[in-house]
Design a binder for this molecule. Structure first.
Ligand code: ZN
Length: 492
């Protein structure tokens, strides 16, 4: 889910190329994966060959996506995926396979969402409720109003006008100069959001609609403002760009635009526990030192969570398979973790770090795979210049596969981040975006069709070999909290 600078450049380039060709309506195909002429007779060479020739990553993505399906944290489907993952880990030779529970709060289930214009062209169009926002109980019938206030001060300008209205909260035609960039303090942000919501409730607004960030009719979802239904919250949904912009054009005619809106999401009656799935291959020489390789098994629920993040989960399992098939035994312990609650704020990895505080010094490194199907180019160093030399050494057997990037950038939006903040060298894979950020990410397009087998196999090779090198090198990666300005780092 994170966006690296080169990834954005590639995306921009792809967009330009597309714009030049009027017949192209689909993203450019991903760049070809380099073909290795031969495999050296080294552990890295053995892993590369084994994975290239016998990878099971695509089959595992298809199992998770096509047979189990969307995996919201707190859902039965995620529990099925976790039971499956534990069985797979055991079969692939992992030991001490177990789950670790943490308190998650209430589960949330999507219902039927619908929208229909009661004026103008009477169109029915797609709406996707923000997860963990309250449903509408019964269909709302109300007038729409554009309220493009960006903070509480601007919102107060709408005082007295919002009663009984459904609010359009995005304005793609906004010509105002952007507000100064705010710091990244999550607590401050949440307090601001809570104050905004309370104002809207006090004013009697009924629901809010935002424009999907994805093009071409794609919906989108993310977490609602909070996962506590006792806190002030409004029914909220995303609308794809085309109908959303139509609503704005209708409103611009200064005639009332009236909508019937139904959002069917519901909270569970009781709080639930959530779980991380963990397995190990014990180290032969330094078993107390650990390399963690992980990805989140949970997903959003508009599609099947194929590229976010069945792909990363399947890569983690493929590493176990490749170690087993080659008979390679690492000196340090390999610990594989499939987290949950990632999509609601890295909750599983945060809970893991909290529960294992005393053991963090023993971690050599954490590697996380969570950016879809695209080939791996390297890792984010998170500002850890002092890890560059050893990480470059770990990537050396992969250079011919296109893996050589060690960006100093800090990425905060996936499960390595809670480790990174405590001083553990923890890195996210930098991947080619393919159609992740303009397509599959959090949209109804996240199906296994969008998995490119050759790209994903390269990703598995990159993760397995990087892990292997970190498991076996003589040196330890230096730990230490990196001083950063508040809010630095890309977020989702
Ligand atoms: Zn993800």
């Amino acid at each position: 889910m994170p966006q690296s600078t080169p990834a954005l450049l590639l995306l921009a380039l792809a967009t330009v190329l597309q714009a030049q060709n009027p017949f192209r309506t689909v993203p450019q195909p991903p760049s070809p994966v380099p073909v290795l002429a031969s495999y050296p007779d080294t552990p890295a060479g053995k892993l590369l060959k084994e994975i290239k020739e016998h990878a099971e990553v695509v089959a595992r993505v298809e199992y998770l996506a096509d047979l189990i399906g969307p995996r919201l944290t707190g859902s039965e489907q995620l529990r099925r995926a976790q039971a499956w993952a534990m069985a797979e880990m055991r079969q692939l030779g992992a030991v001490t396979v177990h789950e670790e529970a943490y308190d998650f709060g209430l589960a949330w289930t999507r219902g039927v969402d619908s929208a229909r214009l009661l004026t103008h062209n009477g169109l029915r169009f797609r709406v996707d409720q923000l997860a963990w926002s309250p449903g509408t109980k019964q269909p709302l019938q109300a007038e729409l109003m554009l309220v493009d206030a960006r903070n509480l001060a601007e919102l107060q300008g709408f005082k007295g006008q919002l009663k009984g209205k459904i609010l359009l909260r995005s304005n793609p035609d906004d010509k105002r100069p952007p507000l100064p960039r705010r710091g990244g303090d999550m607590a401050v942000f949440q307090a601001e959001q809570a104050a905004l919501t309370q104002f809207l409730l006090d004013e009697g607004a009924l629901a809010t609609l935002s424009m999907s960030p994805r093009k071409y009719g794609l919906g989108f979802t993310s977490s609602g403002p909070g996962r506590d239904p006792k806190k002030a919250a409004l029914a909220a949904a995303f609308v794809p760009q085309e109908p959303y912009k139509m609503l704005l054009r209708q409103l611009a005619r200064k005639e009332p635009v009236k909508l019937e809106l139904s959002l069917g999401g519901a909270f569970s009656a009781k709080p639930v526990q959530a779980y991380n799935v963990i397995g190990e291959i014990r180290g032969s020489e330094k078993p107390e030192e650990v390399v963690i390789v992980g990805g989140h098994l949970d997903s959003w629920d508009l599609g099947t969570g194929a590229t976010d993040n069945a792909t990363g989960s399947a890569v983690v399992l493929e590493i176990l398979r490749a170690f087993q098939a080659t008979g390679l035994k690492p000196k340090r312990t390999l610990r594989v973790i499939l987290w949950s609650g990632e999509e609601e704020g890295l909750l599983g990895s945060r809970a893991y770090v909290e529960a294992h505080k005393a053991e963090l010094d023993a971690i050599q490194a954490v590697l996380v795979d969570d950016m879809g199907t695209g080939m791996i180019r390297g890792f984010t160093l998170q500002g850890r210049e002092n890890c560059r030399g050893l990480m470059a050494q770990a990537l050396a057997p992969l250079n011919d596969l296109g893996v050589r990037e060690l960006s100093l950038r800090t990425m905060n939006s996936t499960d390595h981040a809670p480790f990174d903040r405590t001083g553990v060298p923890a890195f996210a894979a930098i991947q080619d975006p393919v159609d992740y950020f303009e397509g599959t990410h959090h949209s109804q397009m996240d199906f296994a069709d969008h998995v490119h087998p050759d790209q994903l196999v390269q990703g598995a090779q990159a993760m397995a070999v990087t892990a292997w090198e970190l498991l076996n090198m003589a040196e330890r990666l230096p730990h230490g909290v990196v001083a950063r300005p508040p809010g630095e780092g890309a977020t989702r």
